[in-house]
Design a binder for this molecule. Structure first.
Ligand SMILES: Nc1ncnc2c1ncn2[C@@H]1O[C@H](COP(=O)(O)OP(=O)(O)O)[C@@H](O)[C@H]1O
Ligand SMILES: [Mg+2]
Length: 190
């Protein structure tokens, strides 16, 4: 099946901070003419974030209600909160981006994350928590793409293939990699 033949299309892009969600979402929305819906932006504009010094608490129930109204027939919805604020039935495909924790900590350094925040996010990636939660919520609609070592164009192409169903989900095990390298203490808070 060609992507242009798919009628309703609500694609979700999720994953930990720094994996490349917004880059892919923007690329997909331009290439496939999909409306871009940014969960964080909507939460912020609706005043649903309670800003603490390091983390943001969000009213998930209210956000879920607001998002229900916003989801259109042809859209790409982006955000790490996706598994907690979207209903399965309105979604066609959920892409969880995965990226090596070694790459992620470099990005977190550039973003000026604290050591604690950096490790919390990197260890979440190593354990695959977003994938676990996404599968819990969206079940068979979830596919993973490994972004590590790929350029933006490659990732965009892969995404189009998984959306059209011509490419399978990728499986990766960062825990095995990190354990083998004896690097657990680099990524986990003591
Ligand atoms: N496929 C890719 N390959 C290499 N670098 C990427 C890729 N996608 C995004 N990036 C870079 O990684 C960083 C994080 O990307 P971003 O889209 O902001 O991630 P997120 O929205 O998940 O936090 C940015 O510096 C971006 O330019
Ligand atoms: Mg982002």
């Amino acid at each position: 099946m060609f992507i242009s033949q798919i009628q309703g299309m609500s694609i979700v892009i999720t994953g930990n901070p720094g994996v490349g969600k917004h880059t892919l979402a923007k690329g997909l929305s331009e290439k496939m003419k999909l409306e871009l819906i940014d969960i964080n932006q909507i939460a912020k504009n609706s005043g649903l974030f309670e800003e603490n010094n390091e983390s943001n608490d969000v009213d998930a129930e209210k956000l879920q209600e607001i998002l229900k109204q916003k989801i259109s027939n042809r859209c790409v919805i982006v955000g790490h909160l996706a598994p907690y604020v979207l209903d399965k039935d309105k979604i066609s495909t959920v892409i969880v981006l995965r990226r090596s924790p070694y790459d992620l900590i470099k990005i977190y350094d550039e973003r000026g994350y604290s050591d604690k925040k950096s490790k919390e996010n990197a260890s979440s990636e190593i354990l695959g928590i977003t994938t676990y939660d996404a599968k819990n919520q969206f079940e068979e609609k979830v596919v993973q793409i490994n972004v590590s070592g790929k350029n933006i164009k490659d990732v965009l192409n892969k995404a189009e293939l998984v959306i059209s169903g011509t490419r399978d989900s990728e499986e990766m095990d960062w825990l095995e990699l990190v354990t083998k390298n004896n690097d657990l203490q680099k990524f986990f808070v003591d």
